[in-house]
Design a protein around this ligand. Structure first.
Ligand code: UDX
Length: 430
């Protein structure tokens, strides 16, 4: 099938590359000529395991890049919209890029075309696009579907290629059949719904996962008050299959390009509908509080951070990505700096992205350098290489063996045995 994907950001590029990998003929379009030029050379603008090799394998065979929407639409049967929906100041998603893309596609639709909305948009945006199409001279050629993505950064390629479910919202029989064909190369069940329900599934899922994390973090705070242990609490809870043990890891909370943005947009749109979304606002409040509580633990340990040197491991919002959007490091490191500490940092892949935004930190080229001579070590992202580090060596490099673990990676008893003063989230200090 000939497919066009508008937008070569995170979602667009992964969607285009994976559909090409599955044998469809895909042209990815972006208005930025520099981006297209570098993609044509096989250069991927984001760090995403597996993506570069798929792009290289398919490039020029089933995957093409272009700045011209007109030529990409020419023979396409399906056009995916995968452009940004950044949050506005009031938390609402900015839909202007989506509407602009839909209009440009409509202008070029001189043949039958299914337009698929893939960007995360508030429920009922699809209706707005349908209105736009209805009023367009090419309306009889256009049908609309909503196909939310559930990709996680760092595992986006395998998530796309092995989905749990594929959600398609549409009111058009023709679009339903076409989308069935697009995804017939996947084995996951396809859930067909109307358009607003498909749009809502995305917000509902992300908000629920964020809520689960905040619930674990709320419990962690309570554990600290009463001397209980969050690891045991979530193990006991999560062993009930109705609850499940995933997304219950307490620590410094969620970041990234999706959860913070989507929860905030969901608060705003449910308020608009006359609801009182305290459940969602509290999810956000707990998430913000965890970072603050963690930073305060570091401060209160030293009483005065002035003149102290703190080593920080991990800057990205989670492992296997170079993405810093809404990362806890962006709150915690400036706080430590504001208290007069010198902060030495290292992240396996996010250093280039971090340099402009954390310019007052000292950027180190490896873990040992970041740890050397520090009064304390702070773990913010649970990269595998940090999980496996040689603790004996780390202890010998530190000025004093103080370890703040924002991700509860290590066992308190083992850290204490290894001679560390170990402080984490929601666990008994032994
Ligand atoms: C998320 C959704 O998982 C994905 O389905 C959606 O399409 C986009 O948003 P992503 O943001 O890439 O994906 O990362 P995810 O692995 O879900 O983690 C999000 C954040 O939650 C990270 O900051 C992570 O550290 C944090 N997290 C996750 C926790 O704090 N505790 C957990 O138990 C799980």
């Amino acid at each position: 099938m000939k497919i066009c994907v508008v937008g070569t950001g995170y979602v667009g590029l992964v969607t285009g590359a994976c559909l090409a990998h599955k044998g469809h003929f895909v042209t990815c379009v972006d208005s930025d000529p520099k981006k297209i030029e570098s993609l044509e050379k096989g250069k991927i603008p984001i760090y995403e395991p597996g993506l570069e090799s798929i792009v290289k394998n398919c490039d020029g065979k089933t995957l093409f890049f272009s700045t011209s929407l007109a030529s990409a639409i020419k023979d396409a049967e399906v056009a995916f919209i995968a452009v940004g929906t950044p949050p506005q100041k009031n938390g609402d998603a900015d839909l202007s890029y989506v509407e602009q893309a839909a209009k440009q596609i409509a202008d070029l639709a001189d043949h039958s075309l299914v337009v698929v909305q893939k960007s995360t948009v508030p429920p009922k945006t699809g209706y707005r696009l349908q209105e736009l199409f209805k009023a367009h001279p090419n309306h009889s050629n256009l049908s609309l579907a909503s196909n939310p993505e559930f990709l996680r950064e760092g595992t986006a390629v395998s998530d796309f290629l092995n989905p749990d479910r594929i959600v398609i919202g549409t009111g058009s029989k023709a679009a339903q059949e076409k989308m069935h064909d697009v995804y017939s190369v996947f084995s996951a069940p396809i859930i067909f719904t109307d358009i607003p329900s498909a749009e809502l599934i995305k917000y509902a899922s992300n908000a629920f996962l964020a809520l689960k994390i905040s619930y674990a973090n709320f419990l962690a705070e309570y554990c600290e008050r009463i001397g209980a242990n969050i690891d045991d609490v979530v193990l006991g809870m999560g062993s009930d299959p109705r609850i499940g043990n995933r997304f219950l890891n307490a620590g410094i909370g969620y970041g990234g390009s999706c959860f913070p943005k989507d929860v905030s947009a969901f608060v705003s749109i449910t308020k608009e509908a006359g609801l009182n979304p305290v459940l969602l606002s509290e999810t956000e409040a707990i998430n913000k509080r965890q970072r603050k509580r963690f930073a305060e633990k570091i401060k209160s340990f030293f009483k005065d951070l002035n003149g102290k040197t703190i080593g920080v491991l991990g800057l990205a919002f989670k492992p296997e990505t170079d993405d810093l959007r809404e990362a806890p490091s962006l709150d915690i490191i400036p706080f430590l700096l504001s208290q007069g500490a010198k902060v030495k940092v290292f992240d396996p892949v996010a250093m280039d992205n971090a340099k402009p935004v954390l310019s007052k930190a000292v950027f180190c080229s490896n873990t040992d350098e970041a740890v050397s001579g520090c009064d304390a070590l702070v773990l913010l992202t649970e990269w595998n290489e940090f999980k496996k580090m040689d603790l004996k060596k780390i202890k010998s490099l530190l000025k004093q063996p103080v370890f703040f673990d924002g991700r509860n990676v290590f066992k308190p008893s083992e850290m204490n045995k290894a001679g560390f003063t170990y402080i984490s989230m929601g666990r008994k200090v032994e």
